[in-house]
Structure formats: structure tokens, C-alpha cells
Design a protein around this ligand. Structure first.
Ligand code: GTP
Ligand code: SPV
Ligand code: MN
Length: 580
């Protein structure tokens, strides 16, 4: 196979000459191709078969033990002007980065097959969708890309029609952490990744393209590329709302996007549009519309069970690729809190011994097509996307942040997003459980200077008077015994209902310095075992703690110097003075 697109043809030739693969294979995205690649990987033990009776077409990939998560310290944005990437990114001079990467790529695919993967982020006929081509020497990447993106000949046809695509070059190299880099060249619409096979480092359509490169393009073109789920909520009366929510990695997006209403909520229907990334555009009426650029889920496995997330649990019972889970003696996949079966082998393939840590890696993942989600919304395939009623920010805060509050207006909402902090998780290598600033859940993913990003967000206030309302939630408040105060999961619908009622102007709220909070009786707790003291605690705003928090947000903004939008500083000062 080849292509009529000259730029693509030339690039493939260039990469072939540099990496010297044994053969070049163009992915067409067919089922037959998928099955063939799976069989080949079983042959090389890149994949292991799981119990095919109970988990048909499910396979296990055990990654290199040093390669189990994103590597933020090895992820760079390379632009001519250092200030364009801001203190929120690692920067490298493009010439230096190219030199380094070219040296790593030289001959790196010798004896291997080079896969050429044309893909489309977003419904193939959507004006909001964008295409890319990933070149990789990993068949694991190729099969994952088939679940996660619209991959193959339709994407190539669109590229040939439009002539536009993002280039992504990936090689697993030697899987040596000392020779591992994830480089972005937004000015060249180019991604170069070497030395890792892990999701966010290797499935280049996802974080590298759909967030880092896309956020750069979105700023130039007037839209937003965000680390957000998109969920559809239908009331028993048939009223529908769409909510987009940004939580940091492993902080509950997949779970919220697939939630099952509690028993007390008969007649409510929840459907998933997306679980990780949203591309948001203003339409002709000034409404913000969202598409999910992905077509599958690369989700956190541990904690997934019939009670927490039955939709995900059922989705991954067949045709799923598991990465770094344990197995049972029956060769079924096993993970912590599965609530079913016992581990016999851990994620490294050793006999399970609790002294060696959990059976499944805390960042073990499933890759599954969105079409397997029992509550997948047909509107996820709508080229026009869905209109967003509310934007929700959140994170893991054991203290401080109340269960939910509403910003006073869009610009204050940008402060709420920009001031977000959350405890770090196993989704990236490094410390876990340390609170850090994670504005809009985009700290690892914004491909340019946060100061410019916040200006871009603020600019929407001038472009439309029909914008979504902005909220903040926190499912992760804990008591002194580390117990979560809020039940979470399906019961989060109770909070979404208050958010929708605010959007519909149906419920009053209590005005505080940080925003509007629910009157405790306006959160429906019917059927919940939660006392009023706990609810009061969940909805309490501690003025002293918040004064300290907003002051800390101010110092964080200082890092952005002159580039920080004055409006954001003004919003921060306003909240600070309201706190007294
Ligand atoms: P990425 O894929 O890394 O972007 O993560 P995500 O935001 O989609 O996170 P996910 O929904 O997979 O949740 C990660 C972890 O948080 C899982 O172990 C969940 O069990 C847990 N979790 C999700 N929602 C809740 C909740 O409402 N309450 C509590 N206590 N834990 C939750
Ligand atoms: C995340 O870490 O936020 C993920 C997984 O969604 S990855 O694709 O690896 O970034
Ligand atoms: Mn994510």
C-alpha cells in the first residue's frame, strides 16, 4: 500500500531510511488485520491468552516493569521560543531535540516491522475531527490504536482528501528508561516518542496529539482541547443535559462517565459520550459543543467491580486488552477490588505474594472499544457533538474542597479551574498522594504556556453569552480515619442533579466567598446512609484554610510572571478579599 499524499509518502520514506525496518506495513483497520496481529503477538508472547471461555478474545500484555505509566519528566514540548511552553512544561530547543531523537531512531527498527497507522480523532465525518498518522514498531500499539481511534483506510482517505495530518513517530527502542523521550514539536505538528510502550507515551493519538498538539492548535483556532469526560444525563421526564468534567488522571472520569444511578433514582439514564478527552467548539448560537476524539477507553483497572462501575466491568469481559493485571489459577484477569476470584500470578508474572505488593499494578489498564460499553451514547458518533450545560473541575482533595460549588461566572470559573490541585496518582511515575497544582487537570497535557491557556479560556467570555456554568466537585474528602465522607460512584448523580438544577435555574444556593454552595437539603440523600453532620462537613467552607489556599494559588500564579492574564489575578484578589 502507499498513498497519494505526497507529504505523507515523503515522510514515510524519510522514516524508513532512518529507522531501517525489515518491512513496512500499512494498517487498514480491518477486523482480519486485528486478529492477525493478535495471533502474531501470541507467537512472540507480547500478548498472553487469558481464559477464552470466560474472557473471550481477552489478552494480557505484561509491560517492561520500568514502563508502566506516563513519564512527565521525560516529556518535552520543543518550540523556538522557550516562553511559549511556560513553566508548566519541560522545554527543549527543537534543533537539540531533533538531533537527540534522530540519533536514537537511527537503525532502531532493524529486523522489525514498521506499522503505518492513519487515524482520525473524532467521528470520521465530523468537521471538528482531526487526523494523524502514527508510525510505530510496536504491534501492541497498532492493536490498541484500533480500539482507541478510528484507524485505517477511512482515516487515510480523509487525510488524502484534506491534506492535513499530525505526524507521530514511535519506537519502543530498547525500553531503556535512560533512552526514553516523549517529544512534541507543535510548530511542526510532529510528535516523536522513543523507549516506551506505555499508553500515554506510545498511543500517540491520545495525550500527545489530542491534548498537547491539539491544545496548541485549539488556541490558534479558537477552540479548546481538554482532559474531560463527557456524560449525558436524562431525567425520568426526558430532560437531557451534557456535562464535561476535568479531573486529573485516575481521579474518576471513566467512573463518572459510566455511572449507574442509585436505586433511589429510578428512571434516570446516564450515557457515555467520552471518558478522557473533549474537544470543545462554539457553535453558531454561542453554545459550547463537545466531541470525544476517541473511540475506546484506556481505563484504570484496579477498583473496577460490579458495584463501583458495572458498565466498565461488563465492557471488559470480552474483546479487551489488559495491561499489567494479575491472573487467577483459572487464567482469568485479576486486580485489587475485583471482588471476584483470587490472584495466583502478579502483573510481573511471578507467583502472587502480598509481600511483593499488589497483584495488579496500580496503574494497570484495560483497552476496550467504546462500542462495548452498555451505556455508550449513539450521540458520541454525531459529527456535530453535544451541547454542554456545565463544565466541572475536580480532583482528589482529602481536605478543604467541598463536595460541590459553583463559580460566580465564567471568569471566576476560569480561576476555579486554574486553581485546581489534586493528589498525584499512579498514572504517572513519581510520588503518589502528594497534592500539586493541576490546573484544569491539564498540568501534564497542556502543550503551551498555562498563562496563555488561561487567557484563551478567559477570552470565551467575550465570544459568547451562552456559555456553560462552571462548577467544582470533590468526591475524595476523608475523615481522620481515612474513610471517604462521600459514597461516590453512582451516588455522584445526586451532585450532578444539583448542578443541572442550577443550570435550569430551579434551585437556590448559598453564596460564599469561593462561590455558590448547595443548601444541604438540596442534595437528595434519599436512600443514602449519611448523617446531616457529615453533609454539613462536606459542604463546609473553612475561611482560614481557604484564605491560605487562595494565597497559595496567588504564589503559584507568580511563576507565570508578566504573561499571567491580569483578569485572572483580579479574580484571585477578589476571592481573597471576600475571604476577609
Ligand atoms: P485516567 O484514565 O487516568 O485519566 O483516569 P480517570 O479520571 O478516568 O479515573 P478513573 O475513573 O479510572 O478512576 C480512578 C480511580 O478512582 C479508580 O480506582 C476508582 O475506583 C476511583 N474512583 C472513581 N470515582 C470515585 C468516587 O466517586 N469515589 C471514590 N472514593 N473513588 C473513586
Ligand atoms: C491518564 O494518565 O490521564 C490516562 C492514561 O488517561 S494515558 O493515556 O496513559 O495518559
Ligand atoms: Mn486521562
Amino acid at each position: 500500500m502507499t498513498t497519494q499524499n505526497e507529504a505523507l509518502r515523503q515522510w514515510i520514506e524519510e522514516v524508513t531510511n532512518l529507522t531501517t525496518p525489515e518491512s513496512v506495513y500499512w494498517c487498514d483497520g480491518s477486523e482480519e488485520e486485528y486478529q492477525r496481529l493478535i495471533q502474531e503477538m501470541l507467537g512472540t508472547e507480547t500478548l498472553l491468552e487469558l481464559n477464552q471461555n470466560t474472557y473471550p478474545n481477552c489478552f494480557l500484555h505484561r509491560s517492561d516493569p520500568t514502563d508502566v505509566a506516563r513519564v512527565e519528566h521525560l516529556t518535552f514540548v520543543c518550540t523556538e521560543n522557550r516562553d511559549d511552553v511556560g513553566p508548566n512544561n519541560h522545554w527543549m530547543n527543537p534543533a537539540e531535540a531533533h538531533e537527540k531523537m534522530t540519533a536514537l531512531y537511527a537503525g532502531c527498527m532493524k529486523g522489525r516491522t514498521m506499522y503505518v497507522i492513519p487515524y482520525c480523532m473524532g467521528p470520521i465525518n465530523s468537521p471538528y475531527a482531526r487526523c494523524g498518522v502514527e508510525i510505530t514498531d510496536s504491534p501492541y500499539v497498532a492493536v490498541n490504536m484500533r480500539h482507541m481511534t478510528r484507524m485505517g483506510k477511512d482515516a487515510l482517505a480523509r487525510i488524502e482528501r484534506e491534506g492535513q495530518f499530525v505526524k507521530g513517530l514511535h519506537s519502543i527502542g530498547e525500553l531503556d528508561p535512560e533512552r526514553r523521550f516523549i517529544m512534541h514539536f507543535p510548530e511542526e505538528l510532529l510528535i516523536q516518542s522513543y523507549g516506551s510502550g506505555y499508553g500515554g507515551n506510545a498511543l500517540l493519538g491520545k495525550k500527545c496529539h489530542a491534548l498537547r498538539i491539539a491544545s496548541w492548535q485549539a488556541r490558534q483556532e479558537g477552540w479548546l482541547a481538554e482532559h474531560m469526560l463527557i456524560v449525558e444525563i436524562e431525567s425520568p421526564e426526558g430532560e437531557k443535559h451534557y456535562i464535561a468534567a476535568a479531573f486529573p488522571s485516575a481521579c474518576g472520569k471513566t467512573n463518572l462517565a459510566m455511572l449507574i444511578p442509585p436505586d433511589s433514582h429510578k428512571g434516570w439514564k446516564i450515557r457515555t459520550i467520552g471518558d478522557d478527552i473533549a474537544w470543545l467548539h462554539l457553535d453558531a448560537t454561542g453554545r459550547l459543543r463537545a466531541i470525544n476524539p476517541e473511540s475506546g477507553y484506556f481505563g484504570v483497572v484496579p477498583g473496577t467491580n460490579e458495584k463501583t462501575n458495572k458498565n466498565a466491568y461488563d465492557s471488559i469481559s470480552h474483546d479487551t486488552i489488559f495491561t499489567n493485571v494479575g491472573t487467577t489459577s483459572e487464567n482469568e484477569p485479576w486486580w485489587e477490588d475485583k471482588k471476584n476470584g483470587e490472584p495466583s500470578t502478579d502483573w510481573k508474572g511471578n507467583p502472587y505474594n502480598p509481600e511483593n505488593g499488589p497483584a495488579a499494578h496500580p496503574n494497570s489498564r484495560f483497552t476496550v472499544s467504546a462500542s462495548q460499553n452498555p451505556c455508550y451514547s449513539p450521540l458520541a458518533e454525531d459529527p456535530a457533538g453535544v451541547p454542554i450545560s456545565a463544565i466541572v473541575f475536580g480532583g482528589r482533595r482529602r481536605e478543604l474542597a467541598p463536595l460541590v460549588y459553583q463559580s460566580k461566572n465564567w471568569k471566576h470559573g476560569v480561576l476555579v479551574g486554574a486553581g485546581c490541585a489534586s493528589e498525584t496518582t499512579a498514572a504517572a511515575t513519581g510520588d503518589v498522594g502528594v497534592v500539586r497544582r493541576d490546573p484544569m487537570a491539564m498540568k501534564p497535557f497542556c502543550g503551551y504556556n498555562f498563562a496563555d491557556y488561561w487567557s484563551h479560556w478567559l477570552s470565551f467570555a467575550e465570544k459568547s453569552d451562552n456559555l456553560p456554568l462552571i462548577f467544582h466537585v470533590n468526591w475524595f474528602r476523608q475523615d481522620s480515619n481515612d474513610k471517604f465522607l462521600w459514597p461516590g460512584f453512582g451516588d455522584n448523580l445526586r451532585v450532578l442533579r444539583w448542578i443541572i438544577d442550577r443550570c435550569e435555574n430551579r434551585v437556590d444556593a448559598r453564596e460564599t466567598a469561593i462561590g455558590y454552595l448547595p443548601n444541604p437539603s438540596d442534595i437528595d440523600t434519599a436512600g443514602l446512609d449519611i448523617d446531616s453532620a457529615t453533609m454539613d462537613n462536606l459542604l463546609h467552607v473553612d475561611t482560614d484554610q481557604w484564605r491560605e489556599e487562595i494565597t497559595t494559588v496567588g504564589s503559584y500564579f507568580d511563576e507565570y510572571g508578566d504573561r499571567l492574564p491580569g483578569e485572572l489575578r483580579a479574580q484571585q484578589q477578589k476571592v481573597l478579599s471576600a475571604l476577609g
